[in-house]
Write a protein that binds this ligand. Structure first.
Ligand SMILES: *Cc1c(COP(=O)(O)O)cnc(C)c1O
Length: 232
């Protein structure tokens, strides 16, 4: 199986999931999670067009970025330390993993210096897992209420990393809660907030995520797998 075949198969599964969804998203954007994959492997993806690569570590993003100038967008999807914001501020189209006002403040400061407005998602740890980064559900609204203080940052939506359950159906209620929170916040109106993107679902659970209303999925191992057995 080639990477192009894998992407075709993923698109087909997304289409089927949308058909099953009670509230299907118009479009579902696939972020190709390129972490741990080489520049050579990433090159294989480029001809399939409209590429967004997602990296979870700043250093890895910086290592690969120069090889794909003008050929791909980059999203940061992993935990971001404040002292690393400056390295990526002019390289990423979206930061998925924002989980504090301190971080928003630093992104705003660096974006202002670069004369940019940076799009972010708020990462919500809706299952309240002790091992995961992210905001508690009740912390999200107070952040939205303060976004007018950060004119160089725009909240574009929410992101979630679901628990890694053996039985994938167990993530469905979590994705459903995320969708409900997303709809609730979308109905409200705040400066510097456009609640449009719901980023949830990875290789093992993106079909369920799309069925439950995700409009952005982050897929790594399924894209790069040489055979189905390789997927975790
Ligand atoms: C690695 C990663 C993914 C993709 O995981 P796969 O199971 O390989 O599809 C998605 N989101 C985040 C935040 C990740 O770190």
């Amino acid at each position: 199986m080639s990477i192009a075949d894998n992407l075709k198969q993923i698109d087909q599964e997304i289409k089927e999931a949308k058909a099953k969804s009670p509230h299907p998203s118009e479009t579902v954007t696939v972020v190709i999670v390129s972490k741990k994959h080489t520049i050579e492997e990433l090159r294989e993806v480029i001809p399939t067009g409209n590429i967004i690569f997602g990296e979870n570590r700043v250093q890895e993003l910086l290592d690969k970025y120069p090889a794909f100038i003008g050929q791909a967008e980059w999203h940061l999807i992993g935990h971001l330390q404040q002292n690393k914001v400056k390295y990526i501020i002019d390289k990423v189209q979206l930061i998925h993993s924002v989980d504090s006002l301190h971080l928003i403040n630093e992104i705003n400061r660096r974006a202002m210096a670069a004369d940019k407005i940076i799009d972010i998602l708020l990462q919500v740890n809706i299952a309240a897992e002790a091992t995961k980064f992210g905001l508690q559900t009740k912390e999200v609204l107070p952040i939205l209420e303060q976004m007018s203080n950060y004119p160089h940052v725009q909240v574009r939506g929410l992101m979630n990393i679901a628990p890694n359950y053996e039985d994938k159906e167990q993530v469905r209620p979590i994705f459903r809660q995320m969708y409900q929170l997303f709809c609730h916040l979308k109905a409200l109106s705040f400066p510097q907030v456009k609640m449009e993107i719901l980023s949830m679902g990875m290789s093992g659970d993106f079909v369920i995520a799309v069925e439950e209303g995700a409009n952005m999925v982050r897929i790594g191992s399924r894209v790069f797998a040489k055979s189905k057995n390789e997927v975790n």
